[in-house]
Ligand binder design. Structure first.
Ligand code: PMP
Length: 421
């Protein structure tokens, strides 16, 4: 494997090679990245999530303060005093663990309260909790779709969705391409049993939104169900932070809403919202729910966080001021930020080596971002991805803009032909 052109995916499985030999080769690749200052995964922070964090940078022996654009804690709720107090109260009242899986003794009043609260937030009756957003998607789809069924996926959906459809038939359509979706639906008409279209509300790499109203109409016209994962939409998008579903007033049109408590809600866990009968089905049939210990009492913080989305809309207002400030600044410097309409801002670069180098130079300038490349995005579509937070100040964002202007002089990022893919 040529390390200069490689990606992590190349080491997933080297056909015919023992896994220990593959692991050794992968470690050689990690060392290669490290030596070039391009191993920016698992950078350790010594301080809490925030707009600035004290980081142990690769190769350094002492930490460095950096402006951080890598956190999905969009509203800063992981540090909110009232939410912290609710977490502490949960632990004081109920202890640190729940002791069992839900069916056999691990179901507590705070789990039921959170289920009801998150369902009501979306104007629906019932919800089921999972340990992560990842499991909410993968477990639900795995439970509902079988070999006679069909999953129809927007190509850009999250990895957890792909994992959920390993045991069913799958067709994909180009990202947000309605004509192609219709074609897939039409070709599948009178075939298969259950058909589910699965989309994200906000897409995690481009930060753009699904045309939910049009997709819902098409999906139902052809007799399929619609699943929307709005992990990055909750708390951020929509007048009252109810995500892309709110933007289209599609609370009833979406058959299944999934999401996570790990981003704007500042905690951890996943949820699925649907009709009561389907939720009951999942509660007793979904293996990852049934056989896995329930969330800790620290989730009492999530109940408070959901309330604060309504009680303190000023966090969302500040977040949007920041999003617009950074986005407009990058655009006026000539960078390509695509069609983002959320707190995820990509700076599109194209090739992988340049993106890795951009990440390294930004880090050197005290700006922590995520270089994103294949297989998270297609091969020619590597980018620097940033997540904006309500707690960033104008000074933080000015420093980011200055750093981008500086690295552009070395890497010539603004003068490029966008990839058609
Ligand atoms: N869906 C999307 C669109 C995501 O970006 C993520 C987070 N990476 C998830 C689901 C998984 O959520 P969690 O981190 O809670 O497992």
């Amino acid at each position: 494997i040529d390390f200069t052109k490689a990606s992590f995916k190349d080491f997933e499985n080297i056909a015919g090679q023992d896994i220990y030999a593959t692991a050794a080769e992968f470690n050689a690749y990690l060392n290669f990245l490290k030596e070039n200052g391009h191993l920016n995964y698992r950078i350790e922070s010594l301080t809490p999530v925030g707009p600035e964090m004290n980081l142990m940078l690769p190769g350094d022996t002492s930490p460095t303060w950096s402006v951080c654009l890598v956190s999905n804690d969009y509203l800063g709720f992981s540090q909110h005093p009232e939410i912290k107090a609710a977490v502490i109260k949960g632990i004081e009242l109920f202890g640190t663990g729940s002791g069992a899986s839900p069916a056999i003794g691990g179901h507590f009043v705070y789990h039921r309260q959170l289920e009801k609260r998150i369902a009501a937030f979306y104007k629906r009756k019932d919800a089921i909790l999972y340990t992560t957003g990842y499991t909410a998607n993968s477990a639900t789809l795995q439970c509902l779709l079988h070999k006679e069924d069909l999953a129809i996926l927007d190509m850009a959906v999250h990895a957890s969705v792909y994992e959920g459809v390993l045991n069913t038939n799958v067709k994909t359509f180009l990202h947000n391409n309605l004509e192609m979706l219709e074609l897939v639906l039409k070709n599948a008409e009178h075939q298969y049993c259950t058909k589910m279209v699965v989309i994200d509300g906000v897409y995690s790499q481009d930060g753009d939104l699904a045309p939910l109203d049009k997709i819902a109409e098409l999906t139902h016209r052809y007799g399929a169900y619609l699943v929307v994962d709005d992990a990055h939409g909750i708390g951020v998008v929509g007048d009252t932070g109810r995500g892309v579903v709110e933007m289209h007033d599609a609370f009833e049109e979406v058959d299944i809403i999934t999401g996570t408590f790990s981003k704007a809600l500042g905690n951890i866990g996943g949820y699925v919202i649907a009709g009561t009968e389907l939720i009951n089905y999942l509660k007793f049939q979904s293996r990852q729910h049934l056989f896995s210990t329930t969330a800790t009492p620290a989730i009492m913080g999530i109940i408070r966080a959901i309330e604060l989305i309504d009680e303190e809309p000023e966090w969302r207002t500040k977040l949007w001021e920041n999003i617009n400030y950074l986005k407009n600044g990058l655009v006026s410097l000539g960078f390509d930020v695509g069609t983002t309409a959320s707190a995820v801002i990509p700076v599109k670069i194209g090739d992988i080596p340049k993106t890795l180098e951009a990440g390294r130079l930004l880090l050197k300038a005290g700006i922590y971002t995520n270089p994103i490349m294949y297989p998270a995005v297609s091969k020619k579509n590597a980018r620097i991805r940033m997540n904006v937070m309500a707690t960033h100040t104008k000074e933080h964002l000015d420093k980011v803009l200055q750093a981008f202007e500086d690295i552009d002089r070395t890497l010539n990022l603004t003068n490029r032909t966008p990839s058609p893919l």
